[in-house]
Ligand binder design. Structure first.
Ligand code: D5M
Ligand code: FE
Ligand code: ZN
Length: 530
């Protein structure tokens, strides 16, 4: 099988039991003889390596007769270059639900859009030939947590180790228990999880950072130009500070705050053919408010020629309304039995063309444990939804679609980010901005113990190890998208009209929109099926 595309390289590596850094994949795919480069890189990697790194590949390419990929300038992307890609725009570009109220808009898309007449139903279009997406970070079937206290300690240790690892290249970390010994006036850099944030009597900010050795207090003076970053902080996220130790060596005066973040020069990978994915969430079948007609129009449209390139359907949770999710929910249920809800959902899914690849993760209304990471659906539910042979994976999961890494996460923590941060940094009207915060913190649910329930596992599956090319969430039932450091963040609205409950808490959902993503350009078009 030729390995000229990133997705094929990923597939070939996965078959051999390797995860790979994205840069490693790119280096292999762009080398003149990818098959040889792949073999050589595997030879170079230590026998017990689980992850093939870019360094392994470079070493292999240097020692092997395979040409150095940097010598091959075929005009395509080169991982070392920091120049903007053709589709890169400002580091942050935003769109939210209100901008599509008159029908669909696209970033640069000329498409005319709107409801599609249903007489097109069933009309055959050109063959789709999607490849099975490769999923990393799926913890389905791998749950080991029992909820014991020491497991929580372990998962936080893992969070700290992995996120501090992302910051270590930028700061020279001094462990909390050895800072004092540096003596007053010393320059200090340290990395920790935010343990406490307090304002002092004079309006400054006292941030307590915790690492594996202890805690240390850090003071951000209110008049510093970066003081507003304190508004962005959530408890338990991992940050670094640099500053000066006070004369008594008891506190660090902060000069800069660093987040793990996404590099500004990040260059997303793209598909090497024109192919599209529909990014959907929050279908809520079983609710009286489920918009069956709109879903039908969407499914019909997928059968039309216009949609022939839409080969993937990514569903980011809340397939069904569930039972007992909030008080009084039974009053609004159309289907009261959870299994019957999934049977009905499966019928609606059957309306989607059978030659599309479907990937789904659970949400908080689905019949899996509420605590995150949530494993993919159990056998009984898989059986019910088997018609499309969907890939059913955990929440969150990193799904590689045609070489594009899509981080799928249902989005319960967005409620928390929106509640905690100032309006301009995260709001229900601009849910993608809340997503930017998660990318910046490199964690899908930073704050522990609030709205988001977290189950302790051997590792913190909620850490964003690898920068995704696309970040796809739902949950807040609002449409919004934009780019953060070239990563496309999409929150995909819902297929459920406003419930009485939502009315009571003032949630005005964006319904029946289908964000359609061009995997070759990462441009997006939103289609409306109301
Ligand atoms: O969530 C849809 C939206 O409604 C999401 O932003 C959370 C919000 N929601 C849901 N339940 C509650 C409660 N009990 N209090 C406050 N806000 C809530 P979904 O997951 O579809 O229910
Ligand atoms: Fe929902
Ligand atoms: Zn939800």
């Amino acid at each position: 099988m030729p390995l000229e595309t990133s997705s094929r390289v990923v597939q070939a590596l996965t078959r051999r039991g390797y995860n790979a850094e994205r840069e490693a994949v790119t280096l292999i795919a762009e080398s003149e003889t990818p098959e040889l480069a792949l073999e050589a890189a595997i030879e170079t990697a230590p026998g017990d390596a689980l992850v093939l790194t870019a360094d392994h590949v470079r070493e292999a390419l240097e020692t092997d007769p395979v040409p150095d990929p940097e010598q091959i300038d075929d005009g395509t992307r080169s991982p070392e270059s920091t120049a903007a890609t053709s589709s890169a725009t400002d580091p942050e570009t935003d769109h939210s639900g209100s901008s599509v109220s008159t029908g669909a808009t696209g970033r640069e898309s000329p498409h005319d859009t709107g409801p599609v007449p249903s007489e097109t139903e069933g009309s055959a279009v050109g063959d789709r030939s999607p490849k099975t997406p490769v999923v990393a970070n799926d913890m389905t079937g791998a749950s080991t947590g029992t909820g014991a206290y020491d497991e929580f300690v372990g998962v936080f240790r893992d969070r700290y180790e992995r996120l501090s690892g992302q910051l270590r290249g930028r700061v020279n970390h001094r462990p909390a228990d050895s800072i004092e010994a540096m003596g007053g006036g010393a320059d200090v850099e340290t990395i920790g999880l935010v343990n406490d944030i307090r304002s002092t009597a004079s309006g400054h900010w006292l941030i307590e950072l915790e690492d594996t050795t202890g805690t240390f207090p850090c003071l951000v003076m209110k008049d510093r130009d970066f003081a507003d970053l304190v508004d962005e902080l959530l408890l338990d996220e991992c940050i670094a500070v640099s500053g000066t130790l006070a004369d008594d060596a008891g506190i660090v005066f902060v000069d800069a705050i660093h987040f793990p973040d996404v590099p500004r020069t990040y260059r997303p990978s793209t598909a090497d053919r024109h192919v599209q994915a529909a990014l959907i969430s929050d279908v809520h079948v079983g609710s009286q408010e489920f918009l069956a007609d709109a879903w039908g129009r969407f499914a019909d449209w997928l059968h039309t020629e216009e949609a022939e390139h839409v080969e993937y359907l990514l569903l980011a949770g809340d397939m069904v309304e569930g039972v007992g999710v909030y008080p009084g929910q039974d009053e609004e249920l159309d289907i009261v039995d959870i299994y019957e809800q999934y049977e009905a959902f499966s019928e609606h899914l059957k309306a989607v063309p059978g030659d599309m690849e479907v990937v789904m993760i659970p949400g908080n209304h689905d019949a899996v444990r509420l605590a995150e990471p949530q494993p993919g659906f159990d056998e009984e539910l898989r059986e019910i939804m088997s018609a499309h042979d969907p890939q059913i994976v955990s929440n969150p999961a990193m799904v590689n679609v045609e070489g594009v890494n899509v981080l799928m996460y249902h989005g319960v923590s967005l409620d928390e980010v929106i509640a905690e941060l100032p309006e301009e940094k995260a709001s229900y009207d601009e849910p993608h901005k809340a997503m930017y915060q998660l990318l910046k913190k490199r964690h899908v649910a930073p704050q522990f113990g609030g709205k988001t329930r977290v189950a302790p596992e051997e590792r913190d599956y909620l850490v964003i190890d690898e920068v995704p090319d696309v970040f796809h969430t739902g949950h807040v039932h609002k449409l919004g998208w934009g780019k953060y450091h070239n990563v496309l963040a999409v929150n995909s609205g819902c297929w459920q009209a406003q419930t009485d409950f939502q009315k009571s808490v003032n949630i005005d959902p964006d319904v029946a929109h289908a964000p359609i993503l061009d995997l070759d350009t990462l441009d997006m078009t939103v289609r409306k099926f109301t």
